[in-house]
Write a protein that binds this ligand. Structure first.
Ligand SMILES: Cc1cc2nc3c(=O)[nH]c(=O)nc-3n(C[C@H](O)[C@H](O)[C@H](O)COP(=O)(O)OP(=O)(O)OC[C@H]3O[C@@H](n4cnc5c(N)ncnc54)[C@H](O)[C@@H]3O)c2cc1C
Length: 491
């Protein structure tokens, strides 16, 4: 693509920054991405310890199905290529509670075998999920952009989404946990609570389940790091540049216009700047004065963060006969980060090619909940590492209780807390994704802020996760093209 002669700086090589960068570069912008970490992907990342790959990002990728609008963004941005085909696990989840065990399959049928008292609740669940089968994150052109390959929203698509649109306000009004409580059998209830954090709204639960039943959610081979590297390679192959270990300290304004960014190496000028780093952090840290626009003040006041601890162990044991993803109902609660867990969801990566030496298995768990203050205090008090060791030891005990073949076979351990996400990616309160509670509308950052300055990523739209990163990355690139009268080229 011929250069438009316009320079763009993107702050952050997370998924939204990479999507935006690929589209902008392809459309003729000369783009530099500045990334404080060593790798692309932001919080969507995986890493290797002593031969074990720990998947610390993608657990499911929505937009995995060909023909779905989001899938096009994943292919156009280079995220999905021949080297990372998608696999679709089934059962999606298994629950183990003492002697009882149940599985959640993509067709949801097995649930009916569990408890006949839940027939009505199950019929409703299947109906709600069906309504969302035709609902896809809309990907369309913004008004007024010159797109080489225009992308609209057909009347038929709109009609198909009708049932989901009608249900949406209702499902947003209460939590996923409340929805699950319609089921009388605790086994089914707990199984469904595995799908999303029960505190977020029921819409997220139904949307996620429907993405499983429709085959739109899967896991790309090689996980987060392969996907992010694919995107970074696509971006650089188009002529873009990524500078790692480069922290943006300030976005610089001259008069009414934003003109560049300051790093430790000095001022870097550009025609436009995109902030893909966490906007909630950015409004306080990346400007000469904290931003005081209405949306920024609302964001400070209302935004809740989704925090978690991520625990990972590598065991010298073959767990291929164990469930891929199991909710383990604990006899003794597990204490971690000032929180108490009656159950944990354990991911078993046996059979994932190249993730561990022969006969060995990476095992991980996300422990969600507000624990930033706890870990921050631990850092300040100097007992951070001791407390982490206690959590890891408790996790090892749980895994060996449920899977005795792992006892005494742990070769490597690792753990991330909100302090880790804050240190590596500067997410606000070390959050790992955005949070969407019932009837909460925390303010989002505008994609197009002031002359020369744009936002993208997880704080710029509901609901969160990778779909939002992808869709807002594309939309921000369209705003850039529209404002500078450049044709938007998607592929
Ligand atoms: C354990 C875990 C599991 C998850 N599972 C899923 C899942 O299964 N499905 C799903 O859809 N989503 C999942 N998510 C959420 C998803 O990964 C995120 O919502 C998404 O990656 C956010 O992308 P982003 O580009 O908006 O932000 P980020 O990933 O935060 O990217 C921002 C980038 O900006 C960089 N940066 C920040 N400040 C600066 C600065 N001053 N200078 C330079 N660079 C800077 C950061 O280092 C980072 O690379 C998960 C996340 C985690 C942590």
């Amino acid at each position: 693509m011929e250069s438009s002669g316009k320079n763009l700086i993107i702050v952050g090589a997370g998924i939204s920054g990479l999507v935006c960068g690929v589209y902008a570069q392809r459309s003729g912008w000369d783009t530099i991405i500045l990334e404080k970490a060593l790798n692309p992907g932001g919080v969507s990342t995986s890493w290797v310890r002593k031969g074990y790959t720990f998947e610390g990002g993608i657990h499911w990728l929505i937009g995995a199905k060909e023909g779905v609008p989001l899938h096009d963004i994943w292919t156009e941005s280079g995220a999905l290529q021949a080297n990372n085909p998608i696999s679709f696990r089934d059962p999606i989840y298994t629950i183990i509670d003492g002697d009882r065990k149940a599985e959640l399959h993509r067709d949801l049928k097995t649930l009916s075998k569990i408890d006949r008292r839940d027939r009505l609740a199950l019929a409703l669940l299947r109906f709600h999920v069906w309504c969302f089968t035709f609902f896809h994150s809309p990907v369309q052109d913004i008004a007024g952009v010159k797109a080489r390959h225009p992308r609209g929203f057909s009347l038929m698509e709109f009609i198909k989404m009708g049932p989901a649109v009608i249900l949406t306000p209702w499902l947003m009004a209460f939590s996923a946990g409340t929805y699950c409580r319609r089921f009388r059998d605790p086994l089914v209830r707990n199984l469904l609570e595995t799908v999303v954090d029960p505190r977020i709204n029921a819409l997220s639960l139904i949307y996620t389940l429907s993405s499983f039943t429709s085959g739109d959610s899967g896991y790309p081979k090689g996980g987060s790091l392969v996907m992010a590297r694919n995107m970074a390679d696509t971006f650089t192959s188009l002529g873009g540049e990524i500078r790692y270990r480069t922290t943006v300290l300030e976005v610089v304004r001259e008069g009414e216009r934003y003109v560049g960014v300051r790093t430790s190496e000095g001022l870097l000028r550009a025609d436009a700047i995109v902030i893909s780093a966490d906007a909630r952090t950015a409004i306080d840290k990346l400007f000469a004065e904290p931003l005081q626009d209405g949306w920024a003040r609302r964001m400070r006041r209302k935004m809740e963060t989704a925090q978690c601890m991520f625990v990972a162990i590598g065991v010298k044991a073959d767990l291929s006969s164990r469930p891929r993803c199991a909710r383990l109902m604990l006899r003794e609660p597990l204490h971690a980060g000032g929180l108490v867990f009656d159950a944990i969801t354990v991911n078993n990566y046996s059979g994932y090619e190249g993730y561990a030496p022969e006969g060995c298995t990476p095992v991980t768990a996300i422990l969600p909940g507000a624990c930033y203050d706890y870990w921050k205090a631990a850092k300040e008090n100097g007992n951070y590492y001791d407390l982490k060791k206690e959590v890891i030891a408790a996790f090892v005990r749980v895994v060996s209780e449920f899977y005795p073949e792992t006892a005494g076979k742990v070769e490597v351990t690792d753990m991330a807390t909100p302090m880790t996400y804050q240190r590596y990616c500067d997410t606000f309160e070390g959050s790992y994704m955005s949070d969407w509670r019932p009837w909460r509308f925390a303010s989002t950052a505008p994609l197009r802020y002031k002359p020369g300055l744009y936002f993208t990523g997880q704080r710029t739209a509901f609901s969160g996760g990778l779909p939002v990163a992808a869709e807002t990355g594309r939309r921000t690139a369209q705003h850039l093209c529209k404002d500078y009268d450049i044709e938007f080229v998607s592929h």
